[in-house]
Design a protein around this ligand. Sequence first.
Ligand code: HEC
Length: 326
Amino acid sequence: MRRFLFSLLGTTLVFADPLTYDTNPLGTVDKPLILRTYMPDPGLDPAVLANHGKASKSPKYNPSKGQDVSGEYGMIQVVPAAIGVNHGPALSYIFDTTECRILYAWQGGFLDLFPHWGDEQKGGRRSFDYGARLVGNLFYLAQPESRPKPTFLGYKLSKNGTPTFRFKLGDQEVSQTVKPTNEEFSFELTTVSRNSKEESSFKTEIIRGKLLSKHQGFERDLKIKTASIDAGEKVFGAYGCIACHSTDGSKGHGPSLKGLFGTQRPLIDGSDILADATYIRESIMSPNAKTAQGFPPNYMPPYDLKKEEVDSLVLYIESLSSSNPE
Ligand code: HEC
């Protein structure tokens, strides 16, 4: 996947992988991608962010050192200094270093940081509203809880890069680790607590949620007037399809689209269907209507695209069919 993306650098650098802040591929179940930035608030109860609003600040973070440094961030609209973790389309979640808890979790995609690195059409990055946007299906939102004011102690990484978050809650020293599960809309949370008398407890629970809202990131202004293969390739890059679908047959988070068009497509329910324009269109507009065999549902983010954009994508995917050498 990485090699595939880098081979595109010459031509499509800015569009290479808009689901993350640069050309980094998404994380995987085994090896997550961690990102610390301004996280969006997808509708949290303000009481969940109580400590943000009480002039409490969050520790300053130095990206080049990769750690907290002295000083603090003040309060702003988005959730500052939260830690975003992505296990590929299987699971993304935000751990907040002020409230010291998981604020929300979603599946499919990760974060759209498009304004961070600029717009090819308009040039330059935005100077406002550059907080990340969610991409995918939100299924868990933290609820208000009465608990002592926490203190973040940092996080450590396992060998493959899975973070364990450490914080103090009253006289408890707590550490929490999150893992994806095989079930949809859920994650596994392991909590280890130890109090000042050295008494400790250990708990692993499956947190199950349900579809709360769908997010497609920032809208792109691609100015497509008539559908064409070239326009389709552009849409494919701009909306991050490329983060999950290769066009050269190589394995990714989603099926490769090379050679798909015009073949019989096995589905998860055991049936199969002709991968024609109707099927491709439906796969893009309502990804969960039918699920390709070998891939779980909810891994593909929702897209609300313009007609010309979808038409272009269909033409582009058709151009990748095996009867078509290009
Ligand atoms: C975060 C990963 C992800 C992104 C981003 C994504 N998809 Fe998908 N897509 C999947 C997965 C996983 C499947 C297979 C499961 C299913 O059918 O829903 C899929 C299925 C499809 C299929 C059916 C493929 C088949 O072999 O039957 C098409 C067509 C498709 N996606 C097109 C797109 C387009 C076009 C975009 C961008 C607008 C896009 N996808 C973005 C993950 C993704």
